[in-house]
Structures are given as structure tokens and as C-alpha cells.
Design a protein around this ligand. Structure first.
Ligand code: ZN
Ligand code: ZN
Ligand code: ZN
Length: 220
């Protein structure tokens, strides 16, 4: 859970740090000055009570503290609420929080445990289709390993280690799929490089292949 301390209640903020010694604290400038986004570990001396500072110095006047035990939640909160958020935090060199910028996850490229049981009937999410080795193999046997959007080919670029590497994207929207749906690897799956795969999922439901092709400067 993300909590935001910005009303000048420094004591409540200090209490939070005491209760959450492994938490993360984002220290941020106010208003138009939301220019720095520095992430700290709870209790770091840079963001802890210091006798010379007056009241409200931490969460009023110039600064806002955004806290959570999950740094990814703070990142999401900033992305949603602050236009100036550059996408990653600066990391305090004093407390050195172990912070890794969020990686892009593809909604349908998550782990295979996305297969779940609903009552008696088995529900399979889209990613299971994209991950299904048989469906993947059939898709690749049909289309090859070249990205169908930009034409990138991993073997061409990286040689031996790139051989056979490609993402497979599922074109059918999961919520339109009936129970009896069976994936058609030629009609429903296409090979995409990871860049194009990330871009096609920039909106939900995803762009169509044609829409994405139109966005890149390619003669096709
Ligand atoms: Zn720090
Ligand atoms: Zn591509
Ligand atoms: Zn996909």
C-alpha cells in the first residue's frame, strides 16, 4: 500500500518509518519543483528527524514523502500522478536501497502459473497460448522467426545464439474467447520481436498488427 505524507504531519511520517524499517521512502520536491525523485530506505539519515529542522520540514513546505514496503507501488503511483516523473528514481548513495526499475511485463508473457481453475472448468489466459510450446512451434514453422512487424531476425543479427528466438503474440482477445476455443497457430499467433511485442501491448486491447506497422517508418 502506498501512503503519501504531504500535509505537514511529520510525526505520522516518522511513525511510519519506525513501523516499517524495511520500507521505501520517496523524497520529492513539491509543486513545479517535482524535479527530483530520490528513493531511500526507511530510516536513512537523509530523511530522518534532525534537530535543526523546523516543523513540517519533511512533509510540508517543500517536500512530499511517498512511502510503501513495495517500491514498485511507489513507481506506479508516481507514473500515474506526476507528469515530471522520468520513469525511474534516483537512488540515495547513502542508504543505497536495492531498487531496480520496473521491467516491462507483457500481459501475456507472464509465468505459466497463469493457468487457473475456475470452479470445475479450466480457464486458460492468453499467455498460456503464447507460451504453449506446441502452438508456438506451429506458429514458427508456418511464419518463421522473423518479426512480422519490423522484420527483425535474431539469427541474422546475433548469429547462432539468436537462432529460434522470437516472441509469439496472440491476436485474439481473451474475453472474446469462448470455452470451446482452441488456438489456431496460423490464424491466431504471430511472431514478434520483443520490441514490437512490447509496443503492441502499449494499449489494452492491443494494437492490431496493421496499426503497429503504420506506426513505424517502414515501406511495407
Ligand atoms: Zn537514503
Ligand atoms: Zn519487431
Ligand atoms: Zn502478446
Amino acid at each position: 500500500m502506498v501512503e503519501v505524507f504531504k500535509e505537514g504531519n511529520d510525526q505520522a511520517y516518522f511513525e511510519w518509518m519506525k513501523k516499517n524499517p524495511n520500507g521505501f521512502v520517496l523524497n520529492m520536491g513539491r509543486g513545479e519543483g517535482n524535479s527530483f525523485f530520490m528513493i531511500h530506505r526507511s530510516g536513512c539519515s537523509h530523511i530522518s528527524p534532525y534537530f535543526q529542522y523546523d516543523d513540517k520540514a519533511y512533509t510540508g513546505k517543500y517536500l512530499i514523502k511517498i512511502v510503501s514496503n513495495n517500491v514498485a507501488e511507489i513507481e506506479k503511483h508516481c507514473a500515474e500522478n506526476y507528469k515530471k516523473f522520468p520513469g525511474t528514481f534516483r537512488v540515495c548513495k547513502s542508504c543505497r536501497p536495492e531498487y531496480m526499475p520496473q521491467e516491462i511485463t507483457y500481459p501475456d508473457e507472464l509465468e505459466e502459473d497463469e493457468t487457473f481453475i475456475e470452479g470445475a472448468k479450466k480457464t486458460v489466459t492468453v499467455n498460456a497460448y503464447e507460451r504453449d510450446p506446441k502452438a508456438r512451434a506451429k506458429c514458427i514453422a508456418h511464419y518463421g522467426c522473423r518479426c512480422m512487424c519490423c522484420g527483425f531476425d535474431f539469427e541474422e543479427k546475433y548469429g547462432e545464439i539468436g537462432k529460434g528466438f522470437i516472441h509469439v503474440h496472440h491476436l485474439v482477445e481473451i474475453h472474446t474467447i469462448g470455452q470451446s476455443y482452441k488456438v489456431d497457430p496460423k490464424k491466431d499467433l504471430i511472431p514478434l520481436c520483443p520490441n514490437c511485442h512490447a509496443m503492441i501491448h502499449k494499449k489494452s486491447p492491443p494494437y492490431t498488427l496493421e496499426e503497429l506497422k503504420d506506426k513505424i517508418n517502414l515501406v511495407h
